[in-house]
Each structure stands twice: as structure tokens, then as C-alpha cells.
Write a protein that binds this ligand. Structure first.
Ligand SMILES: C[S@@+](CC[C@H](N)C(=O)[O-])C[C@H]1O[C@@H](n2cnc3c(N)ncnc32)[C@H](O)[C@@H]1O
Length: 273
């Protein structure tokens, strides 16, 4: 499995309950190879993964929709966008930018343009940027984003990516985001807490990725404490949820109370000061 195959995985999870995830297009990416990965992960790691990823998408979709309700001419920038479909689930007035590695962006932009032509998804204003966050210098990326955003209100999202990045690359990405965002802009992030390291589920996930990593991609297994967000220079923490709280809010009949029994990611919304 390569890191970019994980983008197919999250999509497949979101397609398991479109009503809950809010992503009615995720099913378009489904394929037999990904189905096999999903079967293996739900058997070897945790059978809650599809449900949890539906909650994650729904939470961010709601936050993004609220933000652009107030800023209909704003800009959504998805860092490590994978096959996320937010641009097609929100108002068409919003300018969207998907950033990801070369192969993901090439594949995704071709597919989406074809689906638009065939009327499978609505037309939206999406720019695609190919970038690897591990490059030494993000200044070209910063410059292009500033130019496209052109001082409009923006919502950045960094979802399902931090686990794969090293601390040094993470710091560079956060510094870049801070340089681009202005007062009142929002940043949505997802990560695991260090205390999850001792759980059987996270050990199983790390082992699963390591066992199936045929490419030497950097599966860094990064975990981040709350302080990473509460002490983030230039930002104030506005909202923090985990899968237990989201399950209780969005699907009480399937509520989860034991955070250590699942791959419990934490969702953060930061506001630029
Ligand atoms: C698990 S997927 C998540 C995709 C999407 N954000 C979602 O939630 O469905 C991880 C994504 O991060 C991207 N990614 C990982 N490392 C990256 C890097 N160094 N530079 C750019 N993108 C990266 C991968 O290509 C992949 O699309």
C-alpha cells in the first residue's frame, strides 16, 4: 500500500454511510482493490473505521458549510486532499483548492473533469496544486496560494495527513499555513493523541501499514498532544472533538464511550488570531 492508496480507503469508508458522512459522491471511487484493503483493516485493526470516518467527514462538512454560510465568496484549501469531495458538497460560490502529491492530483483532476462532463457531479471552481510537503522549501506553494486566495476569507483543512508526516515537515506546513491565513480564518486538523500509542488498535494499525508498506513511503505514525494546538503560535483553539463526542452527537444509537477501544482521532478547529 502506498500513502496515496490510503486516500481510496478513507473514501470507501465515507461511502459506507453517505447519509451520515454527507458525501454522496465517495462511492464513485470504489474499486475491488480498495474493498480488499477495507476488508483486511476491518478484520485486522478495527471494524469501526468506516463509521468513524463518516463522522469525521460530517463534522468537517458541517464546519465548512457554516463558515462559507458567512463567507460565500471564500476559499477552501484542502492540504493533502486525497479524494475528499467537499467542493462538490458545498455552495458553488466557494473557490476550492486541492493540494496533494502528483499522482493523486493527476488522477483525481482527470476523473473529476470526466465526471463533470458526464453529469455525475456538479461543476465547481476547483484548482489543483501538486506538491509534496516534504520538499525543503514551501515558498513557491505559499506564493501561489496567496495569489489565488487574494485576501479572501479561507478555511484550511489538514485531514488524515498528520499521521504520515514527520515533526519537521509538520512544523513547516503549519508555518506556511500561518503565513497565508489572516485574522478570522479557520484551520481544521486531525491527529491521534500520544496516549493512543498504548492501545491495541493503534498498534495494530501501525503494524498493518508497516507490513503492507511496499514503497518506503513515510508512514511516520505521528501522534500529537493537545498542547500542539492550544500553544500554536498565531492561532486560538475554537473547537475540539473526538470520535466519542461525535458519535454521541451525530449517531447516539451507535455512541462510543471508550476512547481506547477505537482508533480515536481528535478533530481540532483553530482560528487565526
Ligand atoms: C489518508 S489520505 C487522506 C485524504 C483526505 N484528506 C481525506 O481525509 O480523505 C492522506 C493524504 O495525504 C496525502 N499526503 C501524505 N503525505 C503527503 C505529503 N508529504 N505531501 C502532500 N500530500 C501528502 C496523501 O497523498 C493522501 O492523499
Amino acid at each position: 500500500m502506498t500513502i496515496h492508496e490510503t486516500a481510496f480507503l478513507t473514501c470507501a469508508y465515507r461511502s459506507s454511510d453517505p447519509e451520515l458522512s454527507g458525501d454522496h459522491y465517495a462511492y464513485l471511487y470504489n474499486n475491488a482493490r480498495t474493498d480488499d484493503w477495507v476488508d483486511a483493516i476491518t478484520a485486522e485493526v478495527s471494524d469501526k473505521e468506516p463509521f468513524l470516518h463518516c463522522l469525521r467527514n460530517r463534522f468537517f462538512l458541517d464546519k465548512i458549510t457554516d463558515f462559507f454560510g458567512q463567507h460565500p465568496e471564500g476559499v477552501l484549501v484542502n492540504w493533502g486532499s486525497g479524494f475528499s469531495m467537499y467542493p462538490f458538497l458545498i455552495a458553488k460560490t466557494v473557490q476550492c483548492i486541492d493540494i496533494d502529491q502528483n499522482d493523486i492530483i493527476s488522477y483525481k483532476s482527470d476523473l473529476l473533469n470526466d465526471w463533470i462532463k458526464k453529469g455525475k457531479i456538479p461543476k465547481r471552481n476547483v484548482e489543483y496544486i501538486k506538491a509534496d510537503f516534504r520538499q525543503n522549501d514551501l515558498s513557491t506553494l505559499i506564493k501561489s496560494l496567496k495569489s489565488i486566495i487574494d485576501a479572501r476569507p479561507c478555511f484550511f483543512i489538514l485531514e488524515g495527513v498528520l499521521y504520515f508526516l514527520s515533526p519537521a515537515v509538520t512544523e513547516m506546513v503549519f508555518i506556511a499555513m500561518k503565513e497565508i491565513q489572516k485574522t478570522g480564518d479557520l484551520l481544521g486538523c486531525v491527529s491521534f493523541l500520544p496516549e493512543a500509542a498504548d492501545t491495541a488498535v493503534l498498534k495494530n494499525l501501525n503494524a498493518f501499514f508497516d507490513k503492507n508498506n511496499f514503497t518506503d513511503d513515510t508512514f511516520s505514525h505521528q501522534l500529537l498532544p493537545h498542547e500542539f494546538y492550544t500553544k500554536r503560535d498565531g492561532y486560538v483553539l475554537k473547537d475540539h472533538q473526538d470520535y466519542c463526542s461525535l458519535s454521541q452527537e451525530y449517531k447516539p444509537e451507535m455512541a462510543i464511550y471508550d476512547q481506547f477501544s477505537i482508533l480515536n482521532e481528535n478533530m481540532y478547529i483553530l482560528k487565526r488570531k
